[in-house]
Design a protein. Structure first.
Length: 117
């Protein structure tokens, strides 16, 4: 009977270890799924940031073209040109700030989502 008890104890230990291994595999699968979701969110945020950089570059180029056209049209009127240049720069800066804030909010939400998992 002592041999039977030892075999039974060994069998119970193997079953316990198998349950622990299965639980660990389940947790790993959940972590991998969460990581895939977070990676997709990060890729999306990075794509949005790239789009914003491209939009900023286009806006800056457009501003420069308009500045040149204005300078030619005004015949070099310095005060008006300076005022319009400052107005343009303020507008471009405001648009960029708004877009960067949007990306920061998205990144913040992604971090919160990641922490909730």
């Amino acid at each position: 009977t002592a041999g039977l008890r030892e075999m039974s104890a060994g069998k119970e230990e193997r079953l316990r270890l198998l349950r622990e291994a299965r639980d660990a595999q389940n947790k790993l699968a959940e972590a991998e799924a969460s990581l895939r979701v977070t990676a997709a969110q990060l890729a999306s945020s990075m794509a949005q940031a790239a789009d914003l950089k491209e939009a900023f570059a286009e806006a800056t180029q457009q501003r420069d073209l308009l500045r040149d056209e204005l300078s030619k049209a005004r015949g070099g009127d310095g005060d008006e040109l300076s005022r319009l240049r400052a107005e343009n720069e303020a507008l471009v800066s405001r648009v960029l700030d708004e877009k960067l804030k949007a990306v920061e909010e998205i990144n913040s939400m992604n971090e919160e989502i990641a922490m909730l998992r």
